[in-house]
Write a protein that binds this ligand. Structure first.
Ligand code: ZN
Ligand code: FE
Length: 258
């Protein structure tokens, strides 16, 4: 049995840790200290590291982890990742060292130019580790990519099975939901979600993982093809917007200033 544990880091990052009774693999360890604390407390051996993109809040802890554990590091082929031992491109298969889990790389450029995701079954549940690309009710900023690239990347993730559990890199959900409600004030599923996610935070729980199905119903960045989302974007922009990519671009701009 493999479980997936959130390790909070910095102000709002999650380092995801996959574990059985003996071994653990971490995703995006921006900081080594909370990972090492967990491994010691739970008497686990680190057997591998995955990285989705090169930002320091996702890879900054890798060198200190490698000092303690000589393990493989799987990271995006098109980015520089400290200690990377295997370059992962779209379609590459990663057998997690020490755990009965196999994940596949997906190319999702936009937040960074070489950003990847890892997707596969964990204990029979389709699971996605997507760094800073798809967030609960939101998406990452476009630091190195175009709106067209990000829209294509998000569309690729949106096509995964609806039941897919989505493990994002940050706890941004409540702020994202406030924006989502400004875009779609009449979306009943979204309003209900805002209540339930607020309740989780009030209890001190993560809002993650989310699911592809829930994101399709409530994440405005996956809903730019819908007439009501396009109309809200056009009202806000004060002009008509040509196609899905243009709606996405205007929505991302709106969120940047929200
Ligand atoms: Zn990032
Ligand atoms: Fe980040």
């Amino acid at each position: 049995m493999v479980s997936i544990i959130p390790i909070p880091a910095f102000a709002d990052n999650y380092i995801w840790l996959l574990r059985d009774r003996a071994n653990a693999v971490v995703v995006d360890p921006g900081d080594a200290a909370p990972v090492l604390d967990y491994l010691v407390r739970e008497d686990l051996a680190l057997t591998g590291v995955l990285a989705t993109h090169h930002h320091n809040d996702h890879v900054g802890g890798i060198p200190a982890l490698l000092e303690r554990y000589a393990v493989p590091v799987f990271g995006p082929a098109r980015e520089s990742i400290p200690g990377r031992s295997r370059a992962i491109a779209a379609g590459d298969v990663v057998c997690l060292p020490g755990l009965p889990v196999t994940l596949t790389g997906i190319d999702i450029p936009g937040h960074t130019a070489g950003h990847i995701a890892f997707f596969g079954d964990v204990d029979g549940q389709p699971s996605l580790f997507c760094g800073d690309t798809l967030f609960a009710a939101g998406c990452g900023r476009l630091f190195e990519g175009t709106p067209g690239e990000m829209w294509k990347s998000l569309s690729t993730l949106a096509d995964l099975p609806a039941a897919t559990r989505v493990y994002c890199g940050h706890e941004y959900t409540l702020a994202n939901l406030r924006f989502a409600l400004a875009v779609e004030p009449d979306n009943a599923t979204l309003r209900e979600r805002a209540r339930s996610e607020q309740a989780k935070r009030d209890r001190g729980e993560p809002t993650l993982p989310t699911s592809i199905g829930l994101e399709l119903a409530t994440n405005p960045f996956l809903r730019v093809s819908l007439p009501n989302v396009k109309a809200a974007v056009e009202r806000h922009a004060g002009s008509s917007v040509a196609d899905d990519v243009a709606v996405f671009a205007a929505l991302r701009e709106w969120k940047n200033r929200f």
